[in-house]
Ligand binder design. Structure first.
Ligand code: NAP
Length: 340
């Protein structure tokens, strides 16, 4: 597909949960696309997807299909990124990678555009999109950290099925139907039934008892905030929500942070929608975060057990802001800074 002006863009993982969202967001935000290539595994070759008014074929990723791109937005998993992004880079492309493959490499910027867009200036071809729970948390905490430094974060996450991809969303629906019919729920993507259940995040555990998802939150937040000493502990949990993650945060600052001042900051913060109605007990919910760009933040209150700490609650569409939207915003920031 060729338009008059713009960039030659490839989406690697175009058929997945994140890839299809990237496609929609590029169209919605009128991203300057001159040519668009939809890449996935050979299994999907021959399928079609729509971009604006045009139906485009999905192609198997190969040296040939990666040739001549200016920008590649990758969301096909870490091993696929490791295999194909160096080849795309040799051909002259800049890569924005949604996988964990390159996030902690020192020469790879790990960017949330509301937080650390200047880190893009040092990129050497690959830019990493952070883990989805980390993006949502950093968007909400950065405006507070800028006025009173954060000393410690204790976070519990409530992560939806879609965080594990398109097949996992379908599995949750199938399991719910199975259970309602009185049949044993099918499990393929998840290790245990998720419908009418929950379980600690099923990523590999380290010797300290933390899972990979929890350590991503620790290490990536430190890198994004340029705060290597930041103390953070996380408990990540899968919940039977189709889409949008939630997080309960206890945040300790170097000094007391008056609740009203924190509320004012969050109400003005880029990427945040402040949602609170104490009369109705109405606060952010994953259903209402679904399909939204903003991270919904609310239920802000003083921690009664620690004078320097605040409690807050957030929900965000992790396929949008936690992945696809953040990646497209990185590309927009590269263009705005003259780096792409
Ligand atoms: P998904 O729904 O399972 O989609 C995976 C995509 O990768 C599909 O397009 C698939 O193509 C493609 N793919 C798989 N193996 C491939 C191969 N060998 N060669 C080329 N393409 C291949 O997964 P997802 O949820 O979109 O996640 C994709 C990536 O984004 C992962 O790294 C994930 O950690 C990251 N991420 C996901 C989320 C989220 O909320 N889901 C958030 C942040 C980051 P086929 O259809 O041909 O198999």
């Amino acid at each position: 597909m060729v338009l008059a002006q713009g960039l030659r863009v490839g989406i690697l993982g175009a058929t997945g949960a994140v890839g299809t969202e990237i496609l929609a967001i590029l169209a919605e935000r009128l991203f300057p696309v001159a040519e668009l290539r939809l890449l996935a595994s050979p299994r999907s070759a021959g399928q079609t997807l729509s971009f604006r008014e045009t139906v485009l074929p999905v192609e198997a990723v190969s040296e040939q299909t990666l040739k001549g791109l200016d920008l590649i937005l990758a969301s096909a998993g870490a091993s696929v990124s490791r295999q194909w992004l160096p080849i795309a880079l040799k051909g002259g492309a800049i890569a924005i990678d949604n996988s964990s493959a390159y996030r902690m490499e020192p020469n790879v910027p790990l960017v949330v555009p509301e937080v650390n867009p200047d880190d893009l200036k040092t990129h050497q071809g690959i830019i990493a999109n952070p883990n989805c729970t980390t993006i949502l948390m950093t968007v909400a905490l950065w405006p507070l950290h800028q006025v009173r430094p954060i000393r410690r974060i204790v976070v519990a996450t409530y992560q939806s099925a879609s965080g594990a991809g398109a097949k996992a969303m379908q599995e949750l629906k199938d399991q719910a139907l199975d259970i309602l019919k009185g049949q044993p729920p099918r499990t393929e993507v998840f290790p245990y039934p998720l419908a009418f259940n929950l379980f600690p995040h099923n990523s590999p555990l380290n010797e300290q008892g933390y899972c990979q998802e929890e350590m991503k939150m620790v290490n990536e937040t430190r890198k994004i905030f340029h705060a290597p000493e930041l103390r953070l502990t996380a408990t990540c949990v899968r919940v039977p929500v189709l889409r949008a993650h939630s997080e309960a945060l206890n945040v300790e600052f170097a000094e007391p942070f008056p609740v009203q001042e924190a509320r004012d900051r969050l109400q003005k913060a880029p990427g945040v929608q402040f949602v609170e109605d104490w009369q109705r007990n109405y606060f952010p919910m994953p259903l209402e975060a679904t399909g939204k760009d903003a991270v919904l933040v609310g239920r802000l209150r003083q921690d009664i057990s620690a004078p320097n700490a605040l409690e807050l609650w957030l929900c965000g569409d992790q396929i949008r802001k936690g992945a696809a939207l953040n990646a497209v915003q990185i590309a927009e920031s590269l263009i705005a800074q003259g780096l792409l």
